[in-house]
Design a protein. Structure first.
Length: 193
């Protein structure tokens, strides 16, 4: 009883232990004789190619999971390792809740927006005034340095030139040249009655 043929077609006779390539028919109908194979001979087709596992992993990197990582997986979600990660996770959850609430309760959203709009102009003016006040203070410091004899960079000179413009912007927002809110008496003096 012959065994299963190898990749090269060699069959081993189980009774005698002899190896041979069985006879076969060619395409033109002629018969190819059986060929005996010497004991111990392994044709190149039957030789297993050595595969270095490290080289294989390197070639297959990115094509599958990380080797050896199967044992590291757990059912528990990974815990956040820093305060910033926790904070960002909370922000994401709050956005999701707000989005869900906005989708289900579309009538309440305009009321919230109206409240924001009522508070925004005042808060916006104060915020702008703070930034303008800071820019004005920096420009005045640069002007003093220039008067003291120091050489300024072109960007610094441009800041010094904008002092009067910053004062006008503060005035338009209702603040004086020092960045303090104007008193109620000042507008009544300028208004004619």
């Amino acid at each position: 009883m012959p065994s299963q043929p190898t990749a090269s077609g060699i069959v081993t006779d189980e009774r005698s232990g002899e190896r041979h390539i069985p006879e076969s028919k060619r395409a033109d109908g002629s018969v190819r004789k059986a060929i005996k194979v010497r004991p111990g001979y392994r044709p190149p087709e039957d030789v297993e190619v050595y595969r270095n596992p490290i080289a294989e992993n390197f070639r297959n990197r990115g094509k599958g999971p990380v080797p050896g990582a199967e044992g590291l997986k757990s059912d528990k979600p990974a815990q956040a390792s820093s305060a910033a990660v926790n904070k960002n996770a909370k922000r994401r959850e709050a956005r999701k809740k707000a989005k869900a609430a906005g989708a289900t309760q579309s009538e309440e959203a305009p009321a919230v927006e109206v409240k924001k709009e009522e508070l925004d102009p005042e808060a916006e003016n104060e915020k702008k005034a703070r930034t303008l006040k800071k820019k004005l203070r920096q420009a005045k410091e640069l002007k003093e340095k220039k008067e003291g004899g120091q050489v300024l960079l072109p960007e610094q000179i441009a800041k010094v030139i904008k002092i009067s413009e910053l004062i006008r912007e503060l005035d338009a927002l209702g603040f004086d040249a020092e960045g303090e809110p104007k008193t109620a008496a000042a507008p009544t003096e300028t208004s004619p009655e």
